[in-house]
Design a protein around this ligand. Structure first.
Ligand code: FAD
Length: 420
């Protein structure tokens, strides 16, 4: 171990970045973890349960946060991005920009103050399906457990209420961007993914018909702390979603959208089918697919759904979705490629299994990296001392992400020790 080594900079505080940070810190290295959102957790913390074990993500998250809390070698910066990286392996300088939280974290935010405010913002944690006050805690398990203020959503009246009612100094409306420079020895990039924009699938009605939702919305509908308290109901009228269709490869494996396979969508739909079947024994599900691709040893996950009489699988790409006037029901046109039959089927709700787009698809990081044609970071990067892990490199599930993140931590540690 090189006691003189500079810290490892980890960019992205999802499961990949958190794993890389704790693994490196627990063998004695200092880590600076930079996350652009107000709290850590990335996409996994937004799932209701995660396969293969179907545990709530909060369990694993709590353990990882405890590892961060008790390790003084990890320094966390939220609302932060790396603006510039210069230097070479072992001797990088990173310029980090921190956006204002407007909440000092030095004193708790008084609930009665939040109650007085009327300004609201779309709740991105719940995939935009409900709202929070402009002054909010990102979610129950947020780390750091500090509120954040969406300044753009705050009305002048609410700003005056805050200015007048915050004697304890919990909020600072004058906070501005801050820049810091850090000297680091290696960098791990774990910037993850975002869902493909389903409004671009113009034949599938997302954004046009309220009961066409995406798989990330379904995770939040099923979640107890989600917008409906865990009831899987239709956005249009709150009716129980009894007969639900899943449209696989919604954008994925399509030259016009994402030519690649997003790797987890089949497993995600099989998992979400379980949510429906467990919550309502009369529920019915039809999965429209091109091929069902389960990951590694997860074939039994698929088999269990094949054995369920209330779950049907139809091999065929959905050509169009229309809404039945007056009911909010959805009509799907699809050719069953096994029987050759043209089907027109009616459902209460449709879930689009949209694929994963790397967060680096349109915004390159200032690190001199190379990207594949879709924006995933190529391989383990060609910049010595900079390593990538998780869905920043390819679509994958959590178990593969954590292995890749541990490998990236090892690579970073090795480069800090080279030449000792
Ligand atoms: C519908 C659905 C359900 C799923 N369910 C499961 C499941 O049950 N089991 C399973 O194993 N997998 C599941 N997955 C896959 C799982 O979500 C991914 O494997 C996981 O999110 C990858 O973690 P990550 O850390 O690489 O990326 P992310 O979770 O995307 O985290 C990346 C983090 O980096 C931050 N970031 C991005 N850009 C920057 C930047 N420039 N600077 C600083 N920070 C930045 C982001 O804000 C985010 O916090 C599912 C996927 C989908 C689509």
């Amino acid at each position: 171990m090189n006691a003189e080594a500079r810290p490892i900079l980890v960019i992205g505080g999802g499961i990949a970045g958190i794993t890389a940070a704790v693994e490196a810190a627990e063998v004695g290295y200092r880590v600076i973890l930079v996350e652009k959102e107000p709290s850590l957790g990335g996409r996994v913390i937004r799932t209701h349960q995660y396969f293969p074990k179907m545990c709530p993500p909060t369990c694993g998250f709590e353990i990882n946060i405890a590892r961060i809390r008790r390790n003084p070698r990890i320094e966390v910066h939220t609302l932060a991005t790396v603006e510039e990286l210069s230097g070479t392996v072992g001797q990088f300088t990173a310029r980090i920009r921190k956006r204002p939280r407007y909440v000092t974290g030095e004193h708790p935010v008084d609930d009665s103050l939040i109650e007085q405010l009327t300004s609201e913002r779309a709740n991105d944690f719940n995939a935009g399906m409900d709202k929070t006050k402009a002054l909010y805690l990102p979610h129950d398990m947020a780390y750091p457990p500090v509120h954040v203020l969406d300044r753009e959503a705050l009305s002048e009246t609410d700003a005056e209420i805050i200015a007048g009612a915050d004697p304890a100094g919990a909020i600072d409306l004058d906070m501005t961007d801050e820049e810091i420079e850090v000297e680091v020895g290696a960098v791990i990039v774990a910037t993850g993914w975002r869902p493909y924009d389903a409004t671009r699938l113009d034949n599938l009605g997302f954004g046009q018909y309220p009961n066409v939702i995406t798989n990330v919305m379904m995770e939040r509908l099923a979640a107890r702390r989600g917008p409906t308290g865990g009831e899987i109901i239709r956005p249009s009228d709150g009716k129980n979603a009894q007969n639900v269709a899943f449209v696989q490869c919604a954008g994925s494996r399509d030259e016009n959208h994402l030519p690649y396979c997003s790797a987890v969508c089949c497993m995600a739909s099989l998992k979400q089918t379980r949510y429906l079947r467990q919550k309502n024994e009369d529920s019915r599900v039809t999965i429209f697919y091109i091929d069902i691709r389960t990951i590694g040893s997860q074939e039994k996950f698929y088999q269990e759904m094949l054995d369920d009489a209330n779950v049907s699988f139809v091999k065929g790409k959905v050509a169009a979705i229309a809404e039945e006037p007056g009911t909010g029901d959805l009509l799907l046109d699809v050719e069953d490629t096994l029987s050759g039959e043209n089907l027109h089927e009616q459902f209460d709700m449709v879930v689009l299994a949209t694929g994963m787009v790397p967060n680096t698809a349109d915004v390159e990081l200032p690190l001199g990296l190379t990207y594949d044609p879709y924006g995933f970071i190529d391989g383990s990067t060609e910049v010595e001392g900079v390593y990538a892990a998780g869905c920043a490199t390819r679509p994958c599930d959590v178990s593969r992400v954590t292995k890749a993140a541990t490998a990236a931590a090892l690579k970073a540690i090795q480069c800090l020790n080279r030449g000792e």
